[in-house]
Design a binder for this molecule. Structure first.
Ligand SMILES: [Zn+2]
Length: 280
């Protein structure tokens, strides 16, 4: 028992307090009833930090400093506190068991899908981890937040497993295709030499320059030009006429530079002209 003060009406009077299970403090009021001391204001009835709101009256107890039902004796209050504490212990145990169950489910799922978990691992938390995979995989991932969340989540439903597997297969195919492209790429000719490259136009974009617009064109060589990737800027009429994305054309020009773009050798041409390949 401890002697403290409690609020009766508007005055503070001495009162005895005691601790019950679960860190619950009760006060024996002067007329004999027992109440739980307000947890919020510790029985003061006012909260200094809320002094600007309703003169700081405690919302939890309405300013009286006690809360909950009134007990006839300290024994009754302790009994009630013990019951509350037993319920709390049961609840905590149930929560712990549930958390363990969830963890076990995660571990079981990961063990059952070890291959997928390993395959997804490089894609997890790309925001914090370094992007180690090929550029296309990285781009695909950026465009595919679903794979990121799949990689980060611990258990997936059957359709999600199917989706993740499909995405990974596509990713690997793209990475392999890129690796092949990088390995087989070559320059069309030496710098300063003239060259003709036949292939498919893969990209065009008008670019504004010092002397007005010119067209940026990239072309992937086919047939004898397989492995040659051309890049050129040109305002030539024949380029504007024939360089259409997807079209098969021949670009003739002088090699201005040898570049690499994400590992792929790129032949930069200048003074170019183009003519359309007529299907044989
Ligand atoms: Zn209070």
């Amino acid at each position: 028992m401890e002697t403290t003060e409690t609020t009766v009406g508007t005055t503070r009077v001495p009162a005895q307090t005691f601790e019950a299970p679960g860190h619950r403090t009760y006060v024996i009021l002067p007329h004999g009833t027992v109440r739980r001391v307000c947890q919020r204001c510790s029985g003061v009835g006012r909260l200094r930090e809320f002094g600007h709101v309703f003169e700081g009256v405690c919302f939890a107890c309405g300013g009286v400093g006690v809360q909950g039902k009134a007990f006839e004796s300290a024994e009754a209050a302790v009994k009630a506190a013990e019951a509350l504490e037993r319920a709390a212990v049961t609840r905590r145990a149930r929560e712990t068991a549930k958390a363990q169950e969830r963890m076990l489910a995660v571990e079981t799922w990961r063990a059952e899908h070890a291959e997928l978990v390993t395959a997804l691992a490089p894609y997890a938390s790309p925001r914090s981890g370094a992007p180690t995979s090929a550029w296309e995989a990285w781009e695909a991932l950026k465009a595919s937040p679903v794979l990121i969340s799949l990689a980060e989540s611990s258990t997936l439903t059957k359709p999600q497993v199917a989706l993740a597997t499909k995405l990974l297969v596509e990713q690997h195919a793209a990475e392999e295709a890129r690796a092949v492209k990088v390995a087989s790429s070559r320059y069309g000719a030496e710098i300063g030499e003239k060259v003709s490259v036949t292939g498919i136009v893969t990209f065009t974009k008008p670019i504004e320059g010092e002397w007005g617009y010119s067209l940026l064109v990239t072309l992937a060589g086919t047939g004898e030009s397989e492995g040659v990737f051309v890049k050129c800027f040109s305002a030539a009429a024949s380029i504007y006429e024939h360089a259409e994305k997807g079209a098969k054309i021949t670009i003739t020009g002088t090699v201005k530079a040898h570049e690499t773009y994400e590992g792929v050798k790129q032949t930069v041409l200048t003074r170019v002209k183009a003519h359309k390949e007529v299907a044989a």
